[in-house]
Design a protein around this ligand. Structure first.
Ligand code: G6P
Ligand code: MG
Length: 216
């Protein structure tokens, strides 16, 4: 019986939040309103569709279904052009160190992300080989804080949920991990991720001893 390690993507493995932000801000500005970094916080871990709903709420804009869908496409095209040149240099500090350590001990590793762009991003930063299982926004019907994404990941890893550990940077993601009955580890600010079992600012703060204790 082994521990399953599940990683969120955006904000845990790579800092794509800044690119999501730029793309959403561009759309907001085109529609005639401001969108701040602070407001962007609530977009973390949240599906593209839900983000647009929140954005239009902020701008007080009512859209037809067709307009809504066109803006979703427009935002994603802008986002894709922003991440086009992403490479290994954008992997967050010590992520590879942790993944390599887990691989060395033959631990099952999964990605559990709300993003529909997860695969192309992992390919760009050349991390595909570390993951036994990838569950992303193309597989999931219920968004975090629903535990679906992590439960599917556990099932595909062949590990019981209670034997899984989740690394997450989003409040909704920590809640999803807790709802799945998994051990939640927040990557970010302790006061934001107060529902996480443990919180670290980033992977450089996590030592080998801590990871060893998680491994079964
Ligand atoms: C992640 C990010 C969110 C983003 C979502 C969907 O969860 O944290 O900010 O909205 O993925 O990403 P996508 O690449 O499908 O637009
Ligand atoms: Mg995230």
């Amino acid at each position: 019986k082994k521990t399953g390690f599940i990683f969120d993507l955006d904000g845990v493995i790579v800092d794509t939040a800044k690119y999501h932000y730029l793309a959403w801000r561009k759309l907001a500005n085109a529609l005639g309103f401001e969108f701040t970094q602070e407001q962007n916080e609530q977009f973390k871990g949240v599906s593209r569709k839900r983000c647009l709903e929140i954005l239009l709420d902020i701008g007080g804009i009512h859209a037809s279904q067709e307009q809504f869908n066109n803006w979703l496409i427009e935002k994603n095209e802008d986002y894709l052009s922003l991440i086009e040149k992403m490479d290994e240099s954008e992997i967050l500090p010590d992520v590879q160190k942790v993944l390599t350590l887990l691989k060395k001990h033959n631990m099952p590793i999964a990605l559990g992300s709300a993003s529909k762009n997860a695969r192309p991003i992992l390919e760009k930063v050349k991390l595909m080989d570390y993951f036994d299982v990838i569950v992303d926004g193309t597989h999931v019907t219920k968004a975090k804080p629903d535990p679906e994404v992590f439960l599917i990941a556990a099932e595909q890893l062949g590990v019981r949920p209670e034997d899984c550990v989740v690394f997450e940077d989003a409040v909704a993601g920590i809640e999803a991990a807790n709802n799945a009955g998994m051990l939640s580890i927040g990557i970010g600010e302790a006061k934001v991720l107060s529902k996480a079992k443990f919180v670290f600012a980033n992977f450089t703060e996590i030592d080998v001893k801590f990871i060893n204790r998680l491994m079964k």
